[in-house]
Design a protein. Structure first.
Length: 43
């Protein structure tokens, strides 16, 4: 039973880490598309 909880915690930690790093990629893509469409200036 302890190994099951260890795997659940490990999987949960991996999911949280993936979501955290994926947020950085999503934010940079959003800013790049706004700048490329010239809706806003880079400054």
């Amino acid at each position: 039973m302890d190994t099951v909880w260890l795997f659940i915690l490990l999987a949960s930690a991996m999911v949280v880490l993936f979501d955290f790093t994926n947020g950085f990629h999503d934010a940079s893509n959003m800013v790049a598309s706004v700048i490329a469409s010239r809706a806003m200036s880079p400054v």
